[in-house]
Design a protein around this ligand. Structure first.
Ligand SMILES: Cc1cc2nc3c(=O)[nH]c(=O)nc-3n(C[C@H](O)[C@H](O)[C@H](O)COP(=O)(O)O)c2cc1C
Ligand code: SF4
Length: 459
């Protein structure tokens, strides 16, 4: 199976694993880019490697309908977490009646533990800009806004430099490639909390307004930025587009199960020997991803995998056989989310982990809807009571009923996803819950004032 190269390094998977520590350091991502000595804003080098070929074809040789059709054939699904088919969004945006449309590149990575979007800005800015420009051509937009975290100063500088270079060469700006079409790009640094990652909040942030999520529909594709049709995709989605339009087989349809196409960036951390980021073909077995990161050093063993970020599912070691792709993760009670896998070994208490994650999610809830605002807090309290050895009645039944009520009444996806950590414990780790509730024992020896299980060696 071939892979594309989303971060524009000369290496191919599995050599693309980048150290998490280096990547988040001042020079980490640049250092990673610099592994090849390549300057990511060197336009001549990028063009020699094929940059803007797809945009040129899209403008000169294709109709908007043909571009969207190519996307539909590729089966590309959004990389922002939920995996919605991209071509459906493009079609809806193109068909919406309006005098103006916007493209928003979502590079405000809300999850505190991930960094893939930043690396794309720093290492592959032309592919990102080209993907967004192709989208602008397809839906009839002339404005691209790249929403990015304020603190990513290096990424912002790299991107702004790349925009200047591309404008000077006629790939962006006024009269792109002599077509009479204008494509202006603005970088919008934003600062805020986790909820700013939700797309309707992000759009308000770009407009300079405070915000809470809006009920959808109407979707941003018909009523988005300044009330105009707006196409919002994660940066990782846009960076794939040029390869698809240029007919690069690695970016479009690959072998694999139905609806499993292309590659994704995955960030792996926790108890593995070499935490970092890798580009993998969708559908790669989770165990292979863990092995790429060096596995869990002996004498420790994989106890669980947190898949999908703070609102992800906690899966058992058997999930290592599972393919890393949208449907399989959903069926298992996890999701792709921000593209992270945290490997947990036997030294950690899963009830403690799930409770802390639920508390984080409750703290991040914007408070607009009561089941989320109050329900998540109550859910976190159930987890805390179990950890503290103070269960009240049938906590498992209470937890399960409350989670079902929260999911049923959701306004935005935060509510539904945030129940996953504790609900997945009920599904996969009933023994660990029972140890706390029935036997007042924490198998990992983390929860106090519980007894430590004699079966576990804590080192
Ligand atoms: C609480 C919350 C946080 C989110 N955070 C992000 C984020 O950090 N980055 C992102 O791309 N999408 C995030 N999303 C999803 C976006 O709302 C939106 O679905 C996505 O950006 C669409 O891009 P895609 O089509 O490329 O998947 C979040 C959603 C919710 C409910
Ligand atoms: S579900 Fe939660 S995060 Fe989403 S709008 Fe309601 S209170 Fe806010």
């Amino acid at each position: 199976m071939t892979t594309s190269n989303l971060l524009a390094t000369p290496e191919k998977w599995p050599h693309l694993l980048l150290p998490a520590t280096g990547a988040s350091g001042a020079n980490g991502a640049a250092g990673a880019a610099g592994a090849s000595g390549a300057d990511p804003t060197d336009l001549d080098a990028a063009v020699a490697a094929g940059a803007f070929k797809a945009l040129t074809a899209a403008i000169r040789d294709m109709t908007a309908g043909e571009i969207v059709a190519a996307l539909a054939v590729s089966g590309l699904r959004g990389r922002g977490g939920a995996g919605f088919p991209t071509s459906e969004k493009w079609r809806a945006c193109a068909l919406a009646q309006a005098d103006r449309r916007y493209i928003v590149v979502h590079a405000y990575q809300a999850d505190p533990a991930v960094f893939a979007d930043r690396l794309i800005l720093e290492r592959n800015p032309y592919a990102l800009l080209e993907g967004a420009a192709i989208a602008a051509v397809a839906v009839g937009a002339s404005d691209i806004i790249v929403a990015v975290r304020t603190e990513w100063s290096e990424a912002i500088a790299t991107l702004e430099n790349a925009i200047r270079e591309a404008e000077a060469a006629g790939y962006l700006g006024y009269d792109v490639l002599g077509s009479g079409r204008d494509i202006q790009v603005e970088v919008k640094p934003l600062q805020g909390a986790y909820m700013l990652g939700e797309e309707t909040v992000l759009l308000k942030g770009i407009e300079g307004r405070r915000g809470q999520p809006e009920q959808q529909p109407p979707y941003p594709t018909t009523k988005g930025l300044y009330g105009k049709p707006t196409l919002v995709h994660n940066a990782q989605t846009f960076v794939v587009i040029p390869g698809i339009i240029a007919g690069d087989s690695a970016s479009s349809i690959e072998t694999g199960a139905k609806d499993v196409h292309g590659t994704v960036l995955v960030q792996i951390s926790g108890s593995v020997a070499n935490p970092g980021l890798a580009e993998i073909p969708l559908g790669t077995a989770i165990g292979d991803i863990v092995a790429m990161a060096g596995g869990v050093p002996a004498p420790h063993t994989v106890k669980a995998l947190l898949v999908g970020g703070p609102s992800g599912g906690i899966l058992p070691p058997e999930a290592m056989k599972m393919p890393y792709e949208f449907e399989a993760l959903e069926a298992a009670g996890a999701w792709m989310g921000s593209g992270s896998i945290v490997v947990v070994d036997e030294r950690s208490c899963l009830v403690d982990l799930a409770s802390v994650l639920t508390r984080f999610c409750a703290d991040q809830a914007c408070g607009k809807t009561i089941p989320c605002r109050i329900g998540l807090r109550r859910l976190a309290e159930i987890g805390a009571r179990i950890c503290e050895g103070q269960p009240r009645g049938d906590e498992i039944e209470r937890l399960t009923d409350l989670a079902a009520d929260i999911v049923a009444s959701r306004l935005c996806d935060h509510e539904r996803r945030s129940t996953l950590p504790l609900v997945s414990l009920v599904r996969y780790f009933r023994d660990e819950l029972d140890a706390h509730i029935v036997r007042s024992t924490c198998p990992a020896g983390i929860c106090h004032p519980m007894a430590v299980s004699p079966a576990v060696v804590v080192s």
